[in-house]
Design a protein around this ligand. Structure first.
Ligand SMILES: Cc1ncc(COP(=O)(O)O)c(C=O)c1O
Length: 424
């Protein structure tokens, strides 16, 4: 068993009941998995609060601490002898409701919320590595995930080894050579939309006693449940599809009780927790995620098809039905993100095109109800050197589109009118 998992096992014996349950919360937080995913998304996590009347929506517990009638009672909660909440950095009922909803949709024991997606990725890596370890990571990965390994973890004595994660022979060779503590990959990569074979990566990782950390932000648990395929953690920037409205920053990790329990103990020290307000917005967002995501995926497929027939655009990177391991996907959708090149466009032409957009918003995020366009060379992958971007395949003429819930015709018309004006 890998060192990190051994540490998690050890944690289980010292902290038998880590997850807080608030005695005055009512209703079933984990509805039956026989319900459709749309029904689970609406009801999971919600507990209501028992007072004169029971609130239908979980309240926002905007408090730093919780007190009990006696100090003995507080001591029992602090000692994990009884479930409960003590201090919001350790756990909060609103945040816990959101975590429960994510665990339900990811099909895991538990989940833990963070202040951002990067805080979640940092926590996942920090749990696994010590100085002298290495991490095998996908070369084609969100820019900040790339640079936190290249700059921050390297400074702490952890060696990042970047590979083409879709080349399983290259991954096996890197793992055999470096014996990493963890493998980090994205289910659908940012920005090139390449598909990770999670089951195969889990086999390679576990044979080498490494943890498999999967960033599932682009896929969402509606498309892929990484832990059911062998991953040790499914990580999200909940700023994106989970929140869905571009009004919060958050992260979340789903996994087994052992892994999440250890992460929770670590977070008590590192402290990168979300505000209860953001946790509540995330809980509200998750209810409509199945509806939003279904619409966004259907529109994305249609938009990719039309762009493929327009000679002003090339290399339309949108996963085809036959790409990647088929049995990994829970539906026929392939996500709502795509990247494409504007033929012959320089940086200046791309800037002009993005300035001409009227409906699509040129902003550095994704997964919102709004359609969004981003220029990876300027934004998400700015921290990479031009050589690193070239090696990954991020060219100067590549843009990334996050398809929103607007009419696909309006989204397409806007991109085409902006291209006409920019290209002259
Ligand atoms: C795939 C992916 N993972 C993680 C993150 C980081 O999330 P956050 O911005 O919430 O820290 C992002 C942000 O764009 C992302 O695209």
């Amino acid at each position: 068993m890998h060192r990190t998992l051994r540490q998690c096992e050890q944690y289980k014996t010292t902290h038998p009941a880590p997850n807080g349950r608030f005695s005055q919360l009512t209703r079933t937080a984990r509805p039956p998995s026989s319900w459709s995913v749309e029904s689970q998304a609406v009801h999971a996590g919600e507990t209501g609060y028992r007072s004169a009347a029971t609130s239908t929506s979980t309240p926002i517990f905007m408090t730093s601490s919780f007190h009990y009638e006696t100090t003995d009672a507080l001591e029992r909660v602090l000692a994990y002898d009884e479930p409960g909440f003590v201090y919001t950095r350790y756990g909060n009922p609103t945040t816990h409701a959101f975590e429960t909803a994510v665990a339900q949709l990811e099909g895991t024991d538990e989940a833990l919320a963070f202040s951002s997606g990067m805080a979640a990725i940092y926590a996942a890596l920090a749990l696994c590595v010590s100085a002298g370890d290495s991490v095998v990571a996908s070369r084609d990965i969100y820019g900040a995930s790339f640079s936190v390994l290249r700059d921050h973890f390297q400074k702490l004595g952890v060696t990042p080894v970047f590979v083409d994660i879709t080349d399983l022979d290259a991954v096996s060779a890197a793992v055999a050579e470096h014996r990493p503590a963890a493998i980090l990959a994205e289910t659908l990569s940012n920005p090139l939309l390449r598909i990770a074979d999670i089951r195969a990566l889990a086999k390679i990782a576990h044979a080498a006693e490494a943890m498999l950390l999967i960033d599932n932000t682009f896929a969402t648990p509606l498309l892929v449940k990484p832990c059911s395929l062998g991953a040790d953690m499914s990580i999200h920037s909940s700023t994106k599809y989970i929140g869905g409205h571009g009004d919060l920053t958050g992260g979340v990790i789903a996994g087994s009780s052992d892994v999440i329990g250890s992460l929770r103990e670590q977070t008590k020290m590192l402290g990168a927790i979300p505000s209860p307000m953001d946790a509540w917005l995330s809980l509200r967002g998750i209810k409509t995620m199945p509806l939003r995501f279904d619409r966004q995926c259907t529109s994305a497929r249609e938009i990719a098809e039309v762009l493929r027939g327009d000679t002003r655009f090339a290399s339309i990177l949108y996963p085809g039905d036959n790409e990647g391991p088929q049995d990994q996907f829970l539906s026929a959708h392939r996500g709502a993100m795509m990247s494409f090149e504007v033929v012959g466009a320089s940086r200046e032409t791309i800037f002009r095109l993005m300035s001409e957009l009227e409906l699509v918003i040129p902003a550095t995020t994704l997964g919102d109800v709004y359609s969004l366009m981003l220029y990876p060379a300027m934004a998400s992958h700015r921290a990479l050197t031009p050589e690193e971007r070239h090696e990954v395949g991020i060219t100067e003429s590549l843009v990334r589109l996050s398809v929103g819930i607007e009419s696909p015709k309006d989204i397409l018309d806007d991109i085409r009118q902006a291209a006409s004006r920019a290209l002259g």
